[in-house]
Ligand binder design. Sequence first.
Ligand SMILES: C[S@@+](CC[C@H](N)C(=O)[O-])C[C@H]1O[C@@H](n2cnc3c(N)ncnc32)[C@H](O)[C@@H]1O
Length: 311
Amino acid sequence: MPQPPPPSRRRLANPQSAHATPAQSGHGDTDQPCLLERAQLHAVPSTLLIPLAARAHGGRYFAWLACQDAVATQLLDELGADVNAYLDDLPTVLNVLWRTRAIKQVGQAFFAEHPQALGVNLGCGLTHHFQWLDTGANQWLDADLPEVMALREQLLPLRCPRARHVQVDLTQTGWWKRLALPRKGPDAQPVLLICEGVLMYLQPEQVHAVLAEFAQNATPGSRMVLDVLTRQAVGRAAIHASVGPTGAEFCWGVGRMAELEQMHPRLKLLREQSVSECYGWTGIALDILWRPWLGAPLYGMATLGVEAASP
Ligand SMILES: C[S@@+](CC[C@H](N)C(=O)[O-])C[C@H]1O[C@@H](n2cnc3c(N)ncnc32)[C@H](O)[C@@H]1O
């Protein structure tokens, strides 16, 4: 199996912005490195700042999509991160707010049906979706690579006995068992998996393995909500205004949304959405126009379900 290139160890620089100030960059008058710099995140983990910035401040630009994240602004302050350059990239801010709303909707519908079930955020970064999806009886698990979970422990320590933090590397098969997720069976509860802004950084065969592991293990009724890029974006992260400067690369994209359910016989594509819906008729028309070339939305969301095995 071809392996992704080794991630470069980069000292994460605050993204440059025309309106950055020393105070905003977290240094103040001292030369002390801020928490973000001390964390020394690799290129892909460092991309967690992009959606965090959008959830914290994106409502200024897109009030109708404001997610009212109660912690994101404080996390940015504690990190000492200057994220103004990310906020200059308005299409990405919109993508993040749109997907946050879509995830909230899927989560609320899922937990209305299964109020005691488990929600799992794979590649959670510094999200706090449990603030919106806590039913008072459900369980929650946030999982990411060790360097991100170390940061998360400092910034978002667990406060609820129904929540867990676990380190995971999704490129290593067997994560379902390592995370102690409920295996399919007559008494098993369905599980909700969230995987946003993550899979595009994995190799196609690794994405295939992640979806297959979900399909093989989850009990019918389980859901996985994920975001996708068109295959045309693969290898082109350098021209992305926010991702380019991080050094991360897009490795996986879809040619058609239907590919997702074709990865395993138990998977069903329950819903597909394109961010073009945020741009009104112009966006929808452009989406239709580009579809023969792109094959899939430029940026989209999918909700996958697990079906009972066919006889
Ligand atoms: C763009 S950030 C998204 C973070 C978060 N989901 C959000 O929307 O704010 C990408 C995240 O994917 C995580 N990630 C990348 N590769 C991973 C892997 N192999 N296993 C687990 N997490 C991974 C990164 O550490 C990072 O937190």
